[in-house]
Write a protein that binds this ligand. Structure first.
Ligand code: PLP
Length: 361
């Protein structure tokens, strides 16, 4: 990630903390793309970052920034992945980490934070209810300001220093190939905005004329940005509460929504809303037809692409990238509950041959 140092805030080498984040694989679809009639569909495997999501790029940039300012305490909010990433990089940097967790965040994400040594506090209604969520952010704003430390919410409105790291996803894509479309899952919209800004910065610094269209995909149950982007509105809409079950995308408040609408639109991007049901179906297809173990949020971009194909908004020859933003290991409860997987039963060694024969028949 730090290879793009000159495209980010200048950072002295001694502070550039790394656990091997970034430079993630870009793999061509073997089955899903061809079945959709697409010749050039690629998946960017952000699930392969050190703590299992793209948020490692945010955490690496943010913790480097804190280190460069001599700070030793990180207080943050998280729906899971930001917290896991921050706790990993705090552990590596020898910093303390306190995390305020969204109500109902998946247990594996919380356990991951705890094992890295972070303190976790889950607040009832946080992330589900707009009033509670605003109250949490309000209190944390006051607290962190009194302590003289930044509040690392992964959105430009709170933390541009960290989001600079996320922009590197787009630098890698534009360095690798001539991309026509990038589909991005959105909660508060920070990731999608980082892609759009990354495209503009990379194009300007490298004198590239063509920039990819960045599309914003949201679950119907957290449609703060996508419909506004599609219907020509300039404003994101906050909603009373997120009803989607997709962890990471339950952000009923406006964070970077207005800027996403403006900057994606300028790049020719559009908004797509998708049902949770189609997201889970595509999570399963990614695993069974591509060998990609994604968390539900990581399958949302692909669900948006499926909608774009139905609407004839992409061409069969286009170079299309769907971000796979987090690992399936992050949300094993959804794996347990949504796919009707067989029970794990023990049999004797004598019964094994018959069991294999039954599968073969
Ligand atoms: C796996 C995953 N994908 C996508 C997102 C969406 O990011 P944003 O809130 O910046 O839109 C998140 C946010 O937590 C996430 O954890």
């Amino acid at each position: 990630m730090w290879q793009f140092n000159e495209l980010m805030h200048p950072m002295a080498e001694e502070f550039r903390i790394s656990l091997g984040e970034g430079n993630t694989p870009l793999v061509k679809s073997k089955a899903i793309g061809p079945a959709m009639g697409l010749k050039n569909l690629y998946f960017k495997l952000e699930n392969l970052n050190p703590s299992g999501s793209y948020k490692d790029r945010f955490a690496a940039a943010f913790i480097a920034h804190m280190k460069s300012r001599g700070q030793h305490l990180c207080i943050a909010t998280s729906s899971g992945n930001t917290g896991a990433a921050l706790s990993a990089y705090c552990a590596a940097a020898g910093m303390h980490c306190v995390l305020i967790i969204v109500d109902g965040a998946p247990v594996p994400k919380i356990r991951q934070m705890q094992l890295y040594g972070a303190h976790t506090i889950m607040v009832e209604g946080f992330g589900k209810n707009t009033e509670v969520t605003n109250a949490v952010f309000g209190q944390l704003d006051v607290l962190t300001q009194s302590l003289g430390i930044p509040l690392p919410v992964s959105a430009f409105v709170y933390c541009p220093e960290g989001m600079q790291g996320v922009q590197t996803i787009m630098y890698e894509l534009m360095q690798a190939m001539d991309v026509d479309h990038v589909f991005s899952p959105a909660g508060g919209g920070g990731l999608t905005l980082a892609l759009a800004r990354g495209a503009n910065i990379f194009a300007e610094k490298n004198e590239v004329q063509k920039k990819p269209s960045v599309h914003c995909v949201q679950p119907e149950g957290n449609d703060t940005i996508a419909s506004s982007l599609r219907n020509g509105s300039q404003h994101a809409a906050d909603i009373p509460g997120a009803t989607t079950k997709i962890s990471g995308l339950q952000v009923p408040n406006i964070l970077d929504g207005n800027e996403v609408i403006m900057e994606c639109r300028a790049l020719g991007g559009n908004g797509y809303t998708v049902t949770d049901k189609i997201v889970f179906e595509l999570q399963k297809k990614l695993a069974q037809q591509e060998g990609i173990f994604s968390e539900p949020a990581g399958a949302v971009a692909l669900a948006g692409l499926a909608a774009a194909v139905d609407l004839n908004e992409v061409n069969p020859e286009d170079n299309i990238v769907c971000l796979i933003t987090g690992s399936g290991f992050k949300d094993m409860l959804s794996v347990e509950t949504h796919f009707g997987l067989p029970t794990i039963a023990t049999i004797s060694a004598n019964e094994m041959k018959a069991a294999i024969e039954k599968i073969q028949s």
